[in-house]
Write a protein that binds this ligand. Structure first.
Ligand SMILES: NC(=O)c1ccc[n+]([C@@H]2O[C@H](COP(=O)([O-])OP(=O)(O)OC[C@H]3O[C@@H](n4cnc5c(N)ncnc54)[C@H](OP(=O)(O)O)[C@@H]3O)[C@@H](O)[C@H]2O)c1
Length: 270
């Protein structure tokens, strides 16, 4: 078990949703936490909400898709917290829309946020995390286990995280670095959560049923770090989906395509 007390943790996208709940749980466990995000207002609100007399939290306004912002984040955390033990690559954006209606720019934007951002942050934190035999965690999605119709941009931007995490796990195991990837299913969201539409505009998320709460996901993230778990697929439904994708790929594709054509949720939202 990894003891979290006093550990220095970066949580990208820690101002809202799953990231904010994860920050709360790490702080409750005695860790020192740095949260990042693009909106200064949202970050400050969360920093104030999570700050107590005994807790330690800082915030850095940074866009994970910009290398200079990632460098500034890492430099700030080292300057203010002394070291980095754990990186949670949580910042991410989702999108909805059919391929035939989607702009090329949207594919680029999602790849930069959902894949290259985590790669840059992991590279910039590596020296510190290797020295401290710490953890790098990637927050992925069930939609990366199989390409989902209506989510071609989102699925394709998260799928490379699987290959990347497997590759670097093989390289870094000998150094004691723990690499984890978590496949998350539909999770309850903040009321003001936004996603991209097919033209790349940020629009409110309207979604019906969720299988997980933000607390469920946050506690799985903490467990991944303390128990040094390498792969977690969340919820029974998620495990069932993963099983069908693996052993019944053609049937799964037929079912998913049928759902996509039927459900406005896959066309516009999820
Ligand atoms: N919620 C779900 O159902 C679900 C399911 C599967 C996987 N996930 C994954 O879980 C993670 C968190 O999702 P969530 O539902 O908590 O999302 P959320 O409520 O929209 O929060 C996303 C967080 O990431 C930040 N962010 C977004 N783009 C960023 C960028 N370019 N640079 C820096 N920060 C950025 C946001 O702050 P700013 O907007 O201020 O930048 C916010 O703090 C994501 O990686 C998502 O793909 C979520």
């Amino acid at each position: 078990m990894t003891e979290l007390k006093g550990k220095s943790v970066i949580i990208t996208g820690g101002s809202k949703g799953i990231g904010r709940e994860t920050a709360r749980m790490f702080i409750e466990a005695g860790a020192r936490v740095a949260i990042t995000g693009r909106s200064a207002e949202a970050l400050e609100k969360t920093r104030k909400e999570l700050e107590t007399s005994s807790s330690s939290i800082i915030s850095v306004v940074a866009d994970v898709s910009k290398e200079e912002d990632c460098r500034r984040t890492v430099d700030t955390v080292i300057a203010e917290m002394g070291c980095i033990d754990i990186l949670i690559n949580n910042a991410g954006m989702s999108a909805r829309g059919l391929f035939s209606e989607s702009s090329i720019g949207l594919y680029q934007t999602l790849l930069e946020i959902n894949f290259l951002g985590p790669v840059m942050m992991s590279r910039l934190c590596l020296e510190e995390i290797r020295r401290n035999k710490g953890s790098i965690v990637f927050i992925s999605t069930l939609a990366s286990l199989k390409g989902i119709p209506g989510l071609s941009h989102y699925s394709s931007s998260k799928m490379p995280l699987t290959a990347f995490s497997e590759s670097i796990r093989g390289e870094l195991k000998k150094d004691g670095v723990h690499i984890s990837i978590i496949y998350v299913g539909f999770t309850g969201n903040d009321p003001d959560k936004t996603i991209y539409d097919s033209r790349g505009n940020r629009v409110p998320l309207k979604r019906g049923k969720n299988n997980l709460t933000q607390q469920d996901v946050a506690s799985a993230i903490v467990k991944a770090v303390t128990r040094r778990k390498e792969i977690i697929t969340l919820s029974t439904l998620g495990k069932l989906a993963a099983f069908s994708y693996r052993f019944f790929p053609r049937l799964s594709e037929l079912v998913l395509a049928k759902q996509a054509l039927k459900s406005p949720q896959y066309k516009e939202q999820a």
